[in-house]
Design a protein around this ligand. Structure first.
Ligand code: HEM
Length: 423
């Protein structure tokens, strides 16, 4: 008999063990493993690299339901075993309290109050006003390497663009933005690695943001932090600690995600040259429709957030037919849900003009991505400008030499070496 890739189901016995998760091969291409889980063990208990046991939810219908289920709390205090793991779980919020009272770690009613406040500051209008500046930043970054004929698109483009964009939106003065770039670089490079440097960078960022908020109280400007202060001065209250945590989560949630939207997006286009040509032709014709639907499809096909952030069962519940105990961590695998053939036609095919595309790349429910309009603006500007200014952009190494970061929540490339005709 031919050898089968999937583990055999023992007759009448225990459920099959399933594919190996979280190793190097999985980091490179997790989609075959997710397909197996969706089919054989859709709500799957696994031991994470940190040693914590958690449920992985991989079907679209279950994922969407879990994201909106109020019995699944975002507050790490609901984790059954935080003390046992002595803060080494990798679950944000189990180690440091000060910065962690942010949107992704809290439930209603606190979440409702803070989200309402920040929504008053982070408006679609503010994002729209920011359009020319994002274009300028994009052009400037491309200018830095265009004459060289080669570049690492992650470090020279995808990485600096969102960090400068968010700094400017928040109102971090230009002369301080390179410090942010360094701190963020430390966090992204060593996220799962040496703790010392990361802890120091987080501390520096926290101190800086605290001081900036303090200064702005006396000198309000046309920026997001000033708007947050204004919003909090009208009835509702945002404590200084909450304001700092908010600025921090805006930076943090809006940074590595956008790096990976650009990196994974360009990579997917390289791997699907027919789709890339379609997009380039439509851009040359001055059309924007394919760019708009295309960004959504790139998010569905290989989005930046592989697993939604942590959730914890506050009571025993049934998810996709599986009993989940109170205190158990639940991880919703957005990348698996967005390739579910029960929801998407030809889910493993990249189709930039896909219209029936209610993907979960930005999450769902009350924690739905606050920054989605900014992410769309950055993603569309970055891809359109790259493909228009460097039309013969191509990968400079064989695809199998590309290395993916092995993080738990995010999916993204370490580097993306490209070449093109210098100009
Ligand atoms: C939440 C994805 C860019 C700010 C989320 C969530 C996802 C997501 C999946 C929900 C997580 C969960 O429920 O566990 C993305 C992707 C982005 C992106 C794919 C880029 C392509 C941004 C940007 C910002 C931002 C640019 C802001 C500057 C936030 C915030 C939350 C959030 C503040 C928490 C919202 C809440 O809990 O109410 N994002 N994001 N994101 N995102 Fe984004």
């Amino acid at each position: 008999p031919a050898a089968s890739a999937a583990p055999a189901v023992p007759e009448g016995g225990a459920p099959p063990q399933g594919p190996t998760l979280f190793d190097w091969e999985f980091a490179t291409d997790p989609y075959p493993a997710y397909a197996w889980l969706r089919e054989h063990s859709p709500v799957h208990r696994t031991k994470l690299p940190s040693g914590v046991e958690a449920w992985l939810v991989t079907r679209y219908a279950d994922a969407r339901q879990a994201l909106a289920d109020q019995r699944l709390s975002k507050n790490p205090a609901h984790h059954a075993e935080p003390a046992h793991a002595k803060g080494k779980t990798g679950i944000p919020g189990e180690r440091k309290a000060e910065l962690m009272t942010h949107l992704l770690n809290i439930d209603p009613p606190d979440h409702t109050r803070l989200r309402r406040l920040v929504s008053k500051a982070f408006t679609p209008r503010r994002v729209a006003e920011f359009t020319p500046r994002v274009q300028e930043l994009t052009d400037h970054l491309i200018e830095q390497f265009a004459s060289r004929g080669e570049a690492d698109l992650i470090h020279e483009f995808a990485f600096p663009l969102p960090i400068y964009a968010i700094c400017e939106m928040l109102g971090v003065p230009r002369e301080d933005q390179d410090d942010f770039r360094d701190w963020a670089g430390m966090m992204i490079r060593h996220g799962g690695g040496p703790r010392g440097g990361v802890a120091r960078s987080v501390k520096q960022m926290r101190t800086y943001l605290g001081e900036l908020i303090h200064r702005k109280r006396d000198d309000l400007g046309n920026d997001l932090i000033s708007d947050l202060i204004r919003a909090s001065d009208h009835g509702d209250h945002l404590t200084e600690a909450e304001a700092t945590a908010m600025a921090f989560i805006l930076l943090f949630a809006g940074f590595e995600t956008t790096v990976n939207l650009i990196g994974n997006g360009v990579h997917s286009l390289f791997m699907n040259p027919d789709q890339r040509t379609r997009l380039q032709d439509s851009l040359a014709a001055g059309e924007s429709a394919l760019l708009e639907s295309g960004i959504e499809e790139l998010l569905r096909y290989d989005g930046p957030v592989e697993l939604a952030t942590w959730r914890f069962a506050t009571e025993p519940l049934t998810l996709g037919g599986q009993e989940v105990a109170a205190g158990d961590p639940v991880l919703v695998v957005l990348a698996a849900a967005d390739r579910d053939p029960e929801r998407f036609a030809d889910p493993d095919t990249l189709d930039l003009s896909r219209t029936d595309n209610q993907h979960l790349g930005y999450g769902h429910g009350i924690h739905y991505c606050l920054g989605a309009p900014l992410a769309r603006l950055e993603g569309q500007t970055a891809l359109a400008t790259l493909l228009t200014r460097l039309p013969d952009l191509e990968l400079a190494v064989p695809p199998n030499e590309l290395r993916w970061r092995g993080g738990l929540i995010m999916r993204g490339l370490r580097t993306l070496p490209v070449k093109f005709t210098a100009r």
